[in-house]
Write a protein that binds this ligand. Structure first.
Ligand code: SF4
Ligand code: ZN
Ligand code: ZN
Length: 311
């Protein structure tokens, strides 16, 4: 049995319980937490995500990624508050359990948690969208991004952090590369600056695999919800994620190398010409005043449609 590398540095011979193949690092449970938080701090600094003076709004869903992010940022001494959007999915199960998970987490961290109800704010829920269209997952994503940005501004935060992990980033990078989706490739960076009415958006967990995050959440006994959204209809993402998992299995460290080398070597080439790749120019929605590609924006159009449809 390998010994914990960090214990060894301190002159102790503790057996390792966790092995991180991508980093070739055997660790005991305690040192895994130390490693995780140090690596998170280094990621925040390397990408200049935010400073300790800034207040951060963490978009929390109740799953392991966002709760891990909230916990680790708080443990590191950052001022991180939570925002939960109640999507109204399977009323008595998924959204309710998710809400309970984030409330338990806020109590554990003694940090403020903002809860907003999509139905009362926008007049519709995700199940309402599902009744209208088969492509509700992509609409759900757009509505959540819109709403997150608007709420961050309303609540006075300049930075929004989301729990996207390395598996998400590497598999979406692969999908976008296979389809030469230049618009997305040019923007694929873990920090999007504050501009054109958008607040700064950061992905501090972008260098952590889902497995590493789950290990952290389990050791820390976070009250996360392990079920995923029952409405999930996206069949392509798991496909790319499966391919990345297979590559990682055969050559540990592939996900991290693929993603970081893209950011270092290829992104600057795409980013130089990103204006050219945008299909449509950014406007300001005349109804809500938010940045959008059309006016009225998609969310305002949906609001109007559902208001006209009656209760
Ligand atoms: Fe929304 Fe689809 Fe994600 Fe469910 S799986 S939260 S419907 S994007
Ligand atoms: Zn150790
Ligand atoms: Zn609008």
């Amino acid at each position: 049995m390998a010994r914990c590398r960090l214990c060894r540095n301190e002159g102790q011979r503790t057996p390792a319980e966790i092995y991180l193949p991508a980093h070739r690092l055997p660790l005991c449970r305690e040192h895994f937490l130390v490693w995780f938080e140090r690596y998170l701090e280094r990621t925040i600094k390397a990408f200049r995500m935010f400073s300790r003076k800034e207040k951060i709004l963490v978009a929390v869903s109740g799953g392991k990624d966002s709760l891990t992010l909230w916990q680790a940022l708080t443990s590191l001494g950052y001022e991180a508050d939570g925002l939960f959007i109640y999507l109204g999915i399977e009323e008595d199960s998924f959204s309710l359990l998710s809400r309970r998970a984030v409330e338990a987490m806020a109590e554990r961290l003694s940090r403020p948690l903002h809860i907003v109800d999509m139905k009362s704010e926008l007049g519709f829920t995700i199940p309402d969208l599902k009744k209208k269209t088969r492509k509700y997952c992509s609409l759900c994503g757009t509505v959540k991004r819109y709403y997150l940005n608007l709420l961050a501004k309303r609540l006075g935060y300049k930075v929004v952090a989301t729990g996207h992990n390395l598996d998400d980033e590497a598999s979406s990078l692969l999908g976008n590369l296979l389809n030469w989706n230049l618009k997305y490739l040019a923007k694929k960076y873990p920090v999007l600056p504050e501009e054109h009415g958008f607040v700064r958006k950061v992905k501090p967990l972008c260098r952590f695999t889902a497995r590493e995050i789950r290990t952290y959440a389990e050791i820390r006994k976070l009250p996360y919800l392990s079920e995923s959204c029952p409405l999930s209809e996206d069949a392509t993402r798991p496909f790319y994620a499966d391919i990345m998992d297979e590559l990682e299995e055969k050559a540990p460290g592939t996900k991290l190398r693929f993603y970081l080398d893209y950011l270092r070597k290829a992104l600057p080439l795409f980013a130089e010409r990103k204006e050219e790749f945008l299909e449509r120019e950014l406007l300001t929605c005349e109804t809500c005043g938010e940045p959008a590609v059309s006016s009225p924006c998609l969310v305002c159009r949906l609001k109007e449609e559902f208001a006209g449809a009656g209760p």
